[in-house]
Design a protein around this ligand. Structure first.
Ligand code: GCU
Length: 430
């Protein structure tokens, strides 16, 4: 009898540990296993006070949410660089068979060529009238990968190895030209009357965990500081900071209308685009392509990538404080619908793909939906009422959303929707 009780107890304990919940490290793709959760209300202050006017949103709740994201998720930018300069190093008025003028501009973070900096690649339509509205987005492998245009400077920064793209020993080569052109339909964008500006994200901060010794962070260290404080920026916030510096330059360029710049990014750079637009209200519109966890997807759903997974695989992306929420999503003082709400009343577009379950399409749709009360308070539509997540049927209010068939990527279909959405807000402006 004793033995039976022992065996029973033994298996019961094992059952308790394994059978009842999804173990922390296992990926959940089962909607029925999404835990119950309560989201923080973007219109209720931490002290319980209800926000019922735009004024209270702007003066009280928005600054509160922004600070919570800065201190707990992405990290604060520690200050300002005093000596940034812009240096235009190449202009070709007959680029892309005469379709565009190509400019390349270095943003020198220390004011000279010896320090770190980022190179902007700028295409401006040759037909139409300046100043043009524009899309601004970071790229993954260097500016030279977005077009086979041989005039584009090849990045000299550290790049993730990719043999197929001609990148070995972390250095891009001639073979990498145009490797990612399929993700950047430059002609289509230019022909619709937009300028396109891109920069390589690794120019700002190389995307690997080196304890923040390279990239832009060390330029901000105080005496004796060797890494960002727990509430100071990780790489995503640094990349977003770089996007704002690109916008600083665009404000000086008479060919571009800096008040009509859409910030766009895919995946980790979609997270970055959203954070950039939240932090910097000069961005007129934001486009998040499949940004998932830490982007447009609700963390509390723990569907696909979770906070613990992302912090483990990419320990340098968020601030150190974010690690406190590994497997403790419910104690996060914010969730990602509030990241979208921070962009209100400006338009935001969110894309998803059926096979990209890792990025939790439904979690992104719900975040759009739960950001909507803030848009409504500011007298904008947000996600249209009764919007549904139906494959291949984009919805476009002030918040737009689509889920297309296929995988985690940026396709022509995605860009077509981004352009339709941008046309609603950035064209016919005057
Ligand atoms: C990984 C990561 C995602 C990220 C993606 C990307 O899949 O887990 O969070 O969005 O890389 O940037 O490509």
């Amino acid at each position: 009898m004793k033995r039976i009780i022992f065996i029973f107890t033994f298996f019961f304990i094992i059952f308790l540990f394994t059978g009842m919940t999804v173990p922390a490290q296992e990926v959940n793709y089962d909607e029925s296993k999404v835990p119950e959760y309560t989201l923080p209300d973007p219109l209720v202050m931490e002290n319980g006070e209800h926000i019922t006017s735009p004024k209270a949103w702007w003066n009280e709740r928005r600054p509160e949410i922004l600070k919570l994201f800065e201190e707990n998720v992405y990290g604060k930018v520690p200050g300002k660089l005093q000596h940034i300069t812009f240096h235009t190093f190449s202009v070709d008025s007959k680029a892309l068979n005469g379709l565009a003028t190509r400019k390349q501009v270095s943003i020198l973070f220390t004011g000279n060529n010896s320090g770190t900096g980022m190179d902007l690649l700028i295409y401006i339509p040759n037909t139409g009238k300046e100043p043009f509205p524009a899309f601004l987005g970071l790229n993954f492998y260097g500016n030279q990968t977005i077009q086979s245009d041989t005039g584009i400077k090849i990045t000299r920064s550290w790049v993730k190895n990719n043999k197929a793209y001609g990148i070995t020993n972390h250095q891009a080569t001639e073979a990498s030209r145009g490797a990612r052109a399929y993700r950047w339909p430059v002609e289509m964008i230019l022909k619709q009357g937009y300028a396109l500006i891109t920069a390589y994200y690794g120019d700002i901060d190389p995307d690997f965990d080196d304890g923040f010794q390279n990239g832009v962070q060390p330029l901000f260290y105080k005496k004796g500081q060797h890494k960002p404080a727990p509430d100071e920026w990780g790489s995503i916030a640094a990349w977003a900071w770089g996007l704002s510096r690109a916008l600083d330059y665009l404000e000086t360029d008479p060919d571009i209308d800096a008040q009509r710049v859409a910030v766009m990014g895919h995946s980790r750079l979609g997270k970055t685009a959203l954070w950039a637009a939240a932090e910097d209200q000069r961005f007129a519109l934001a486009i998040s392509s499949m940004s998932g966890c830490g982007g447009a997807a609700l963390s509390r759903r723990r569907y696909g990538e979770t906070v613990e997974r992302i912090n483990t695989s990419f320990p340098h992306w968020f601030c150190t404080n974010f690690k406190k929420y590994n497997d403790h999503e419910d104690s996060l003082p914010v969730d990602q619908h509030e990241l979208i709400a921070l962009i209100a009343p400006r338009p935001v577009y969110i894309s998803a793909a059926v096979e990209d379950r890792w990025a939790d399409p439904k979690g992104m749709f719900l975040a759009a939906k739960y950001a909507t009360p803030v848009y409504r308070l500011l007298r904008k539509t947000g996600l249209p009422e009764n919007a549904e997540m139906i494959t291949g049927q984009p919805v476009m209010g002030t918040i737009g959303f689509h889920m297309r068939p296929g995988k985690h990527d940026v396709t022509n279909y995605d860009w077509q929707q981004f352009l339709i959405f941008a046309n609603k807000f950035l064209k016919n402006y005057f």
